[in-house]
Design a protein around this ligand. Sequence first.
Ligand code: ATP
Length: 216
Amino acid sequence: MSDPIGLFGGTFDPIHRAHLRLAQAFRDELGLAEIRLIPAGLPYHRGSGPQASPAQRLEMVRLALQGESGLCVDAREVARPRPAYTIETLEEVRAELGPTAELWFLIGGDSLAQLHTWHRWHELFDCANMAVALRPGFSLDQLPAPVREEWCARQVTDFSKRTPSGTIRPLALTPVEMSATAIRQRLAQGQDVSAELCPAVLAYIRQHGLYRKRQD
Ligand code: ATP
């Protein structure tokens, strides 16, 4: 079997330190050879769209990953001329890697609670395993019933048994109170976000005048 690979999708508007921490933790805990961060092109899962363009979000991810071993950026969703469903991306990667490759799809606990709203969400498990970063205080009661059922059915306790797809693995991480929404707001108000963003990402944001207060 080839080396295990992880996929970590997000809007990354902009990519911040909690994203990096999450990717590093997934890489280390699961012993993944590589994690591909996949910035969404035109996401379905948002009422209002991202503020930076797909190309700008892609570039910020690229900048943030410089010098990070085992983390790389995958531009496939940004390159698509239409919004991409996660299942389509997973099917594409699975077809490229072949049926026996161990593939992990990585999400945060807040995304898990929305999983049942994703297009063809049950089929995600045909393509990949799922690793979920849980916050302290997580309880099964917070999950909608259909997600809870999958959660219970797909948990493995013996982590030495590795499969190409189909399992769910929770990872407990110390929480980092950080969101791209809060960072955009602070940038718009001219506040310091140097603790939340990599220097190269912050420099890019300044250079391109991103997330400034709108004048309308
Ligand atoms: P926004 O505030 O714009 O919704 P975000 O900061 O949540 O953005 P996304 O790009 O939507 O960033 O997140 C990508 C993934 O990272 C999601 O699975 C999300 O659950 C996870 N994530 C983001 N921030 C954190 C955090 N502070 N702790 C744990 N997981 C996080």
